[in-house]
Design a protein around this ligand. Structure first.
Ligand code: MSP
Length: 643
């Protein structure tokens, strides 16, 4: 009989910065689920990847003086190394610059055009480049991006639109019929109240102001909106609309899209609507997990509060990080990271409970039975309690994993470990040995080894390296599934333990905290908060790249009423026309300026000057006596970049 399938995905990661511990959260959780499902008899496909197109990448690459492809290649290497370090067992890694993905996205756009779900119009509204998301005026918070709190930019460009509004009723109906589609439940209400109820607007799905993206086959000056490009990875990776679509046939629809809470709306509104338009089945569940906070703020490079997973993995090993993320952060809610909690949790659960149980047991089996695990004799109390605990563990852990609660699954598993440690104190094997009660001693050793076998099997999805080490120590092959957990008593005759090193070394918390603080001080500064001297004296190339300077041709010019200083200029900037107010009326006449080429600060926040809207600023040089505008040295078309 063929195995049931399970398709699980992480979001694909932006290739526009370095990766921090917060990023590891989604992937580590998915890895634990994927490993658990594999062990539990499912045919699993675990997908992850990188989101490599978009304006943000283009800007960062430009600032770094490399091509976008060179830029994303470097980040690709970084993230692959990170997932290797953390033992992430993905089945496929997709890059949105992969040829098959690009071609399929083009086919998807064609299909949507043919079905009438795409039309051409003009987009006018706000855009957050770091989040690559469009916002209406009323959705902004204090004029900033409601998701990340950063500056947004007024955008006006010819675009293709996806008829998202058409799917509003079908989406609501789908949510009603599938109440677990958006999890946890609170996120469903958030989506309905904040986005669906105010009414869905058609979505701008192409951009023309930059070119680092997938060109639309029917209008190549447009590139695909990066979120449509990104979301479709979940099906292009499986071969959708490609010659070999066996994986798609086998695994779609996805069982679980695991995502951070800030991107739930893309996955529960835009993505299902796109799938409806493509006439495809919808994913079974989108789970929006909480954030890893650091100092009560979302851990993120722009806030400068990141923790480097490579540093932690190097000092303590991957499983310490995995265990902390999976055990300590309440699933579905935000969790505050701090070094002390990491170290304390490691010492308590991994060093004291798990590490001690394994090393004490291995030492006793070695000392009392020459290393060979003895077969048990009659079980008595409290043996039966431990047997019941072990035999009842898998159904409970499975239930927790079905609810996607790794912390509960781990707590349940650690119960076996803690109970077994208590059992050593209760049965006092050293006394049994002293009294020559070898029969009881054999049973006690066997019960302990069995408890270790159960716990280590259940721990494999969460801390795989440690689980493998434990199996090596108790001399058993690493189990490939949970089949051995049905019945207590699975260790046969002739199994020999190998004491070896400790699983984990005890951490001197005070000393380590100081070390970690020192390392954090030496780490890279925040992306957006330059050091004080930089603020006053120097700016980085990235800072300079934030200023968008463009050539602009003066189409018309007039004086601003009741002002002797202000001129109102109408500027051609590429395909766009803008009005800008400039305080140069005492230095230039309107007639003189018409036809001239000036340099415009194109991404200045719009302002009202004397009641007149100004969308940018023209560059001028000034001394005590005069003000002169800056102009390219030779003729130059409007809308060209000045850098
Ligand atoms: N590229 C988009 C996803 C496109 S999916 C079609 C994106 N990328 S991301 O790199 O910003 O985020 C990747 C994952 O990391 C997301 O699930 C995000 O929520 C998660 N995290 C990033 N910082 C985080 C924390 N501080 N805490 C927990 N997870 C967070 O979004």
């Amino acid at each position: 009989m063929s195995k049931p399938t399970y398709y699980i995905t992480t979001p694909i990661y932006y290739s526009s910065g370095s990766f921090h511990l917060g990023h590891c959260y989604t992937t580590v959780i998915c890895d634990a689920i994927a490993r658990f499902k594999r062990m539990d008899g499912f045919d699993v496909f675990y997908l992850t990847g990188t989101d490599e197109h978009g304006q943000k990448v283009q800007q960062k690459a430009q600032a770094a003086g490399v091509t976008p492809k060179q830029y994303v290649d470097k980040l690709y290497d970084q993230i692959v190394a990170l997932w290797k370090t953390l033992n992430i067992s993905y089945d496929k890694f997709i890059r949105t610059t992969d040829d098959y993905h690009e071609k399929t996205v083009q086919k998807i756009y064609e299909k949507l055009l043919q079905s009438g779900d795409i039309y051409k119009s003009t987009y006018e509204g706000w855009y957050c480049t770091p989040c690559e998301s469009f916002w209406t005026e009323s959705q902004l918070h204090d004029g900033k991006c409601p998701d990340c709190g950063r500056e947004v930019k007024l955008q006006k460009e010819e675009s293709y639109f996806f008829r998202l509004s058409k799917y509003q009723d079908r989406l609501i109906q789908f949510y009603e019929q599938n109440p677990d589609f958006i999890s946890p439940k609170s996120r469903m209400n958030e989506m309905i109240n904040n986005f669906i109820k105010p009414g869905l607007k058609d979505l701008c799905i192409s951009r023309t102001t930059f070119d680092w993206g997938i060109k639309l086959p029917f209008d190549p000056k447009h590139v695909a909106y990066v979120w449509v490009d990104a979301l479709t990875n979940y099906i292009t990776a499986l071969g959708y609309l490609q010659e070999d679509h066996a994986l798609f046939d086998k695994f779609w629809p996805a069982d679980l899209h695991m995502v951070g809470k800030e991107i739930v709306r893309f996955h529960t509104i835009i993505w299902p609507a796109l799938l409806m338009a493509l006439d495809l089945p919808l994913p079974k569940k989108v789970y929006g997990h909480g954030w890893l906070l650091f100092g009560n703020d979302k851990m993120s490079k722009s806030k400068g509060n990141v923790v480097d997973p490579f540093v932690l993995a190097d000092r303590y090993g991957a499983d310490v990080i995995r265990y902390y993320l999976l055990r300590e952060i309440p699933f579905g809610s935000d969790g505050n990271y701090n070094n002390e909690a990491l170290l304390t949790r490691t010492n308590a659960d991994l060093v004291n409970d798990l590490g001690n149980l394994v090393s004490r047991t291995a030492a006793m089996v070695t000392q009392y039975f020459g290393g060979e695990i003895p077969q048990p004799n009659a079980y008595t109390e409290p043996d039966s309690e431990l047997i019941a605990l072990c035999e009842g563990a898998l159904p409970k852990v499975r239930q927790y994993m079905d609810e996607l609660s790794a912390p509960d699954a781990l707590t349940e598993t650690l119960r076996i470990v803690q109970r077994a440690n208590k059992y050593i104190d209760e049965t006092m094997p050293w006394a049994l040995n002293k009294n020559g009660d070898k029969q009881r001693l054999a049973t006690v050793m066997y019960v302990l080894c069995e408890c270790i076998r159960f716990a280590a099997t259940l721990l494999e999805p969460f801390i795989p390296q440690t689980s493998a080490k434990i199996f090596e120590k108790i001399g058993l092959p690493l189990p490939k599934d949970f089949a051995g957990l049905g019945r207590f008593g699975g260790i046969g005759q002739g199994v020999t333990v190998h004491k070896g090193d400790n699983l984990f070394d005890r951490i001197d918390i005070d000393k380590e905290l100081k070390e970690l603080d020192k390392l954090a001080e030496q780490a890279e500064p925040a992306e957006k908060s330059p050091a004080p001297d930089e603020q006053t004296e120097q700016i980085s190339i990235e800072d300079f790249a934030k200023i968008k300077l463009r050539t602009a041709k003066v189409l018309g010019c007039e004086r601003v009423a009741k002002s002797d200083k202000l001129l109102l200029l109408r500027l051609q900037v590429g395909s766009e026309v803008r009005q800008v107010v400039s305080g140069i009326a005492q230095h230039y006449t309107p007639e003189y300026l018409v036809g001239k080429t000036v340099v415009l600060v194109a991404n200045l926040r719009p302002a009202k000057i004397r009641g007149v809207e100004s969308n940018g600023m023209i560059l001028c040089a000034a001394d005590d006596k005069s003000v002169v505008f800056v102009s390219p040295e030779k003729p130059m078309d409007s809308g060209k970049e000045v850098r």
